[in-house]
Structures are given as structure tokens and as C-alpha cells.
Ligand binder design. Structure first.
Ligand code: ZN
Length: 196
């Protein structure tokens, strides 16, 4: 909400490489906004919570497929991770069942701050091949999904896996000789059935 009462939608945020400041990307130009204006930010909780649920589910996928992650992406509807998998494509139904088992266990998800030197001792904690967590702050934010997944992460998460709700592996595809892509969606059909 701007000073003139205009509401503008922030569709994305990026960190400016040069200035280090957070850029808010708008869907369309805000006519009334000028540099230095004050605005009131309102969190789109439904979208944020969907991101938290899907992102936490991607941690579970890391546990179900304990191989190096080569890429990923997420919206409030779906999420995907690419894995370095030498053998064939994993089975969609088996992955779906394994994820929903971990979700049904309602495992606690917690944040721990550890000395970043832990990565020198246990570099295998970083599951993403191309993205290393930022170093230099001394501390590292670690996310633990009870006895299931433990890795550095700066994302947003739910506090228990049960909050994710039913999911379905919608697609498993080959993206190169060793690169396999797994896409997850929220399983709305299951939700509807359970609500009846
Ligand atoms: Zn995370």
C-alpha cells in the first residue's frame, strides 16, 4: 500500500549484486511511487505458506533421493529438484508414497545455528552441487527434519511435516545422461477426498 492508497503486487524479490540491497519486483509499474516514499508491506500469507510447505517437501525429497542436487525451482503450486542419478528414472509412485509417508509422520522441522567450520569437516552436508551456502558470517543456518534431512538452508519452512499435506510426484524426466528431474505438486484430489 502506497501513500496515495494504491496497492501494488510484489511478485518477486532479488538481491542487487552491486548494492547488496533487496529489490522488490512489481507486476506492473506503480504510478504513484517515487524514490524515498514509504509503503506498507502486507504479507500474502496463503502464497508464503504454500512456499513453506512445498519448500519443506523438497527437503523430504532430498532424503528420499539421497544424491547430489544439480538444480531446483519452486512456485506456490509445484516444486522440482534435479538430481545427479546415474541409474534410470526413479519410480513416480514409489517417490510419491515415500514422501507422503514422511509427511504423515508429522516430523518436527527445526532451525540450528552452527559454526560454519562444520562444512570443512562435513562438506557432504551441502547437497546442492552448484550452490554453496554463503561463508564469512561465522554461523551457518541449518535445517533439521527429524532424523531425515539436515542441510544448510536460508529458505522458509513449516514446523512439522504434516503441515505440507498430501503431495504427488507429477513428473519424472531425464534431463541429460545423469541429470534427472523430479516435479512435485500438492495433491488436491486427496485433500478433497479426505474432506468429504
Ligand atoms: Zn530449506
Amino acid at each position: 500500500m502506497t501513500q496515495s492508497g494504491e496497492t501494488v503486487k510484489v511478485s518477486d524479490t532479488r538481491r542487487c549484486r552491486e548494492s547488496g540491497r533487496v529489490l522488490h519486483i512489481l507486476d506492473e509499474p506503480a504510478v504513484s511511487l517515487n524514490p524515498g516514499d514509504s509503503v506498507t508491506l502486507e504479507l500474502d500469507w496463503e502464497r508464503r505458506y504454500a512456499h513453506m510447505r512445498m519448500h519443506t517437501c523438497l527437503h523430504l525429497l532430498c532424503a528420499v533421493i539421497p544424491e547430489s542436487v544439480t538444480g531446483g525451482g519452486m512456485t506456490d503450486q509445484k516444486g522440482r529438484l534435479d538430481f545427479c542419478l546415474k541409474d534410470g528414472l526413479p519410480d513416480k509412485q514409489q517417490l510419491t508414497d515415500a514422501l507422503n509417508d514422511l509427511i504423515a509422520k508429522d516430523l518436527p522441522v527445526s532451525v540450528e545455528m552452527l559454526d560454519e567450520s562444520i562444512l570443512d569437516e562435513q562438506p557432504e552436508l551441502v547437497k546442492t552441487m552448484s550452490v554453496q551456502p554463503p561463508r564469512g558470517a561465522g554461523q551457518l543456518r541449518m535445517i533439521r527434519v527429524h532424523e531425515t534431512d539436515f542441510q544448510p538452508c536460508g529458505g522458509t519452512h513449516v514446523t512439522r511435516t504434516g503441515e505440507i499435506g498430501p503431495v504427488r510426484v507429477a513428473r519424472v524426466e531425464s534431463k541429460g545422461k545423469q541429470n534427472k528431474r523430479v516435479q512435485i505438486v500438492f495433491d488436491r484430489t486427496t485433500v478433497k477426498e479426505s474432506e468429504q
